[in-house]
Design a protein around this ligand. Structure first.
Ligand SMILES: [Zn+2]
Length: 228
């Protein structure tokens, strides 16, 4: 499968950057779907052989995944998939989100313009539409990414760069979507997003705060099952 995606039209090879992108995508999905389990060792030559590419794009992909918090690199040992969050880390992460994201939603609501509202609406619509996913793996990893995108659009409008950076540094969505891989949560989250959008459309900052608080609290309850 990697062989076909690594080739462009008329048998010519795709640009190196496209190969790197495709390899990154494939490793990302394997980690997100737990096909590469948390903590498992990842070898560059093993992956290169499996994906039928040279070591260069695999090395590049792993460097990028390390920045994204999905793999770790240890001296003399090499790469491994990041460990799953512990219960404590999970609780801390959700408390942190509850401190920052509802207030950010309120601030975003106070600053909304027709243009920024349209961007948030587009990010939300992206989650519901898009091409049909080819399999469960790509469905979850795509959901994770588009949810991260929507939450980040709201943080952008809230316009506090330090808060936005602090949240992005936690790679919240990558971690929680590995936790939720076995649960069925996407529909509920979409309904919660819709309530948030309604608050934005109405320009009701308090309702935006409440809707975001509710969304994150419910997300925490849904994912708590992963520890039981
Ligand atoms: Zn969300």
């Amino acid at each position: 499968m990697a062989v076909t995606t690594a080739r462009g039209e008329k048998g010519s090879f795709m640009r190196p950057s496209s190969i790197a992108q495709s390899i990154h995508e494939q490793i990302y999905e394997r980690i997100m779907s737990l096909e590469i389990p948390p903590g498992a060792r990842i070898t560059i030559d093993g992956l290169a052989r499996e994906l039928d590419v040279s070591q260069t794009p695999v090395r590049e992909a792993l460097t990028r995944l390390e920045r994204e918090g999905l793999v770790r690199k240890a001296h003399m040992i090499g790469y491994s998939a990041a460990p799953q969050l512990t219960r404590k880390e999970f609780e801390d992460l959700y408390k942190f989100r509850l401190m920052l994201e509802p207030e950010s939603a309120r601030q975003a609501c106070l600053r909304l313009t027709p243009e920024t509202l349209a961007r948030i609406e587009a990010a939300a619509a992206d989650m519901e539409e898009g091409e049909p996913p080819v399999d469960r793996n790509s469905r979850y990893s795509r959901f994770a990414r588009s949810d991260a995108h929507l939450h980040d659009e709201i943080l952008k409008v809230a316009d506090n760069d330090i808060v936005r950076q602090a949240i992005n540094d936690q790679h919240v969505h990558l971690h929680i979507f590995r936790l939720m891989f076995h649960s069925r949560v996407t529909q509920e989250a979409l309904e919660e997003h819709e309530r948030l959008l309604e608050a934005f459309r109405a320009g009701d900052a308090e309702a935006a705060y409440e809707a975001m608080y509710d969304h994150i609290s419910r997300s925490r309850s849904r994912l708590t099952a992963a520890f039981e």
